[in-house]
Design a binder for this molecule. Structure first.
Ligand code: FAD
Length: 296
């Protein structure tokens, strides 16, 4: 399989990239890790005339703490997320998500920015992004703006990003003490795309009640789902089993998967409950054990 021919650019700055996007509009595509774009080009489902390879732009790959949040550069590869001490400390859900993606080759090349912009409903990171309340920093000809993860994903392969904007950074608020999160993926075999996924991020107060619960569901509709009604079940309450069952039902209610080679819609709706509960109990266990001192 060969893609159609294209012209290749290797811009050195974001400004140059934006200028090229402005010039070539829908005929141009950014290339990051290439692990979604190149397969699409080989299958000729996408045939951009201009490829803008952003891998030579310095300063787009990092994971750092910055006062009240953690900032991750859009070009950061999954293997860097998997092995980041900072993320293991504050957001183990990030390395856990990265580990579930594809195989070692995919994780060596694929980027966090590419995973979210691609917006495949079966991509893993969008699910985690809505659970943790991430924000995306994007730059365009008029400067910079931020978009909340739960507003970013519009439809299959469709986001709020404009044709002349570049995603530069992902920000997540520093979690309060007694926080924990987990990403759970149901797949036919290791490295496959998901049948369903669920991500849960929990913060508890000193009495063990839920202060905040973020829930994302993946491969359960045309785009990632933030299960708002299920989140509301917990706020201000101890996470009793009965509430977890009620929230699982809410997750299933809001899911609308399609029947395909990975299973029937009815089966997937049941599996949404199962994988939500797995993610919830693991997140709760981590939050209960989180020994970081409360901030004063
Ligand atoms: C064998 C295989 C298995 C896989 N398994 C999984 C899996 O289990 N889970 C999973 O989530 N994914 C999986 N993937 C997909 C993989 O994670 C891709 O890496 C990811 O979807 C896209 O990231 P990328 O960096 O490769 O982006 P690219 O393929 O380079 O780009 C994808 C899209 O995003 C745009 N884009 C990229 N970066 C930016 C940016 N900074 N600003 C604006 N636009 C940008 C591109 O123009 C393009 O439209 C798999 C891929 C393969 C080949």
């Amino acid at each position: 399989l060969h893609p159609r021919s294209f012209e290749y650019f290797a811009p050195q700055t974001i400004r140059e990239t934006i200028a090229l996007l402005n010039k070539y509009k829908d005929e141009a595509k950014i290339l990051a890790g290439g692990h979604s774009l190149i397969p699409l080009m080989k299958l000729r489902l996408a045939s951009p005339k201009y490829i803008l390879d952003i891998n030579r732009i310095p300063g787009l790959s990092y994971i750092k703490e910055s006062g009240k949040d953690i900032r991750i550069g859009a070009l950061t590869r999954y293997y860097e997320i998997e092995s980041s001490g900072l993320l293991k400390k504050y957001y183990p859900i990030f390395p856990e998500t990265a580990q579930m993606i594809g195989d070692v080759q995919v994780r060596n090349m694929g980027t966090l920015g590419g995973n979210v912009v691609h917006a495949d409903p079966a991509n893993d990171f969008p699910v985690t992004m809505v659970a943790v309340g991430a924000e995306f920093v994007v730059r365009g000809p008029r400067g910079q703006r931020t978009i909340k993860a739960n507003e970013f994903f519009l439809d299959v392969f469709t986001t709020k990003l404009k044709f002349n904007e570049v995603l530069t950074e992902i920000r997540v608020p520093l979690p309060p003490p007694r926080s924990g999160g987990s990403f759970q993926k149901f797949e036919r075999k290791a490295g496959d795309f998901a049948i369903v996924t669920s991500a849960v991020q929990i913060s508890l107060d000193n009495q063990g009640r839920c202060k905040n619960v973020g829930i994302g569901l993946g491969a359960a509709g045309p785009t990632v789902i933030k299960a708002v009604e299920a989140e509301k079940v917990f706020v201000g309450h101890r996470p009793e089993a009965e509430l977890v069952e009620r929230a699982a039902d809410r997750c299933s209610d809001v899911s609308h998967p399609t029947s395909d080679i990975r299973g029937s819609a009815e089966y997937k709706k049941e599996m949404v409950k199962v994988f939500f509960k797995r993610a919830f109990y693991k997140a709760l266990n981590l939050a209960s054990k989180d020994s970081r001192k409360p901030q004063t």
